[in-house]
Design a binder for this molecule. Structure first.
Ligand SMILES: [Zn+2]
Length: 309
């Protein structure tokens, strides 16, 4: 885990602190020591220590006797239930149920996360994320968002916003069909990241801010909003880290599971995006590293990163 991500983890808004449960009305302990974890009784300790010394000094002691005596002295430290339990900490894990991703499913998953965010922080989600989410819904309802039925996207291109440079109106969102399968490994809420990215391109186009000559500016903004989505659906970043570690471990043990390898590449791409912290300069470098060019005739150059959008 990088320092940047670690920082993002702990600098995010935190949920309200749990209040400790009220102390039940129980009889007062007879003395203060009763309320503490049991300490070692010096009398018992003395007896056990003497026994062990005798056993060690006696050349006739068997290994089993020595082991038993040493165990009686040292091995029971944790045999008592601690009086205080450690502070409970919820590990947030993405619920991945193996469902194949659909646009409706992704949108539903996104809506649930927007609601959860409002409930958790008692604040509206980032406006740019909700605006792009609304565009995604509108495109879906207008039949202008779908999976790439003609299979025109390359393997590493997870989505595209297609528009005619001569026309201001129009444009369609296409998602790579592979994303539907990747969703079986990462869940629809993470897969939604590409949809919100393409919807941001669509918004920018409608606002007259997207052109082939400024492709990189368009990518920076789309990835910025995609970053905002990630922080909305996974405020602490725990879900993303857990998913990446799980997939990393799984693919090492199951090298023939190609789909999980694709899912891991997608998650690594999201992690790299998360590590920008949504900062303009870092987002620009992120886009450069992905090989995007401000040239309508030149598609994004091949790079080591297996995911583009
Ligand atoms: Zn893009």
């Amino acid at each position: 885990m990088s320092a940047v991500l670690a920082l993002a983890l702990f600098s995010s808004p935190a949920p309200a602190q749990e209040t400790p449960p009220a102390t039940p009305a129980s009889p007062a302990p007879q003395n203060a020591d009763d309320a503490r974890p049991a300490a070692v009784d010096p009398v018992v300790l003395q007896k056990k220590a003497d026994d062990l010394r005798d056993a060690v000094a006696d050349p006739g002691s068997s290994l089993y006797r020595l082991h038993a005596d040493a165990g009686a002295l040292f091995n029971n430290v944790q045999s008592q239930t601690p009086v205080r339990r450690p502070h409970a900490r919820l590990i947030e894990r993405e619920n991945v149920d193996g469902r194949i991703g659909t646009l409706d499913g992704m949108i539903e998953a996104a809506n649930r996360r927007f609601d959860a965010y409002k409930l958790r922080f008692n604040a509206p989600p980032p406006p740019d994320a909700t605006a792009s989410a609304e565009t995604a819904v509108a495109f879906k309802e207008q039949g202008r968002a779908d999976f790439d039925k003609k299979n025109r996207l390359t393997d590493e291109q997870m989505g595209v916003f297609r528009y005619a440079p001569a026309e201001v109106a129009g444009g369609v969102i296409e998602l790579n069909r592979r994303l539907a399968l990747i969703a079986t490994r990462i869940g629809e809420a993470f897969a939604y990241s590409t949809l919100v990215h393409e919807a941001t391109h669509a918004r920018d186009r409608a606002a007259g801010k997207l052109s082939p000559e400024h492709a990189k500016d368009g990518e920076v903004n789309a990835f910025r909003v995609e970053y905002l989505w990630l922080t909305t659906m996974d405020p602490t970043g725990m879900r993303l880290i857990d998913l990446q570690l799980t997939l990393d471990d799984w693919t090492k043990r199951h090298p023939k599971d190609v789909l999980s390898a694709h899912a891991l590449a997608y998650v690594q791409h999201l992690t790299a995006l998360r590590q920008t912290g949504g900062e303009e300069k870092k987002l620009r470098k992120f886009v450069d590293d992905l090989g995007y060019e401000d040239d309508p005739d030149k598609p994004a150059a091949p790079t080591p990163s297996p995911v583009k959008a």
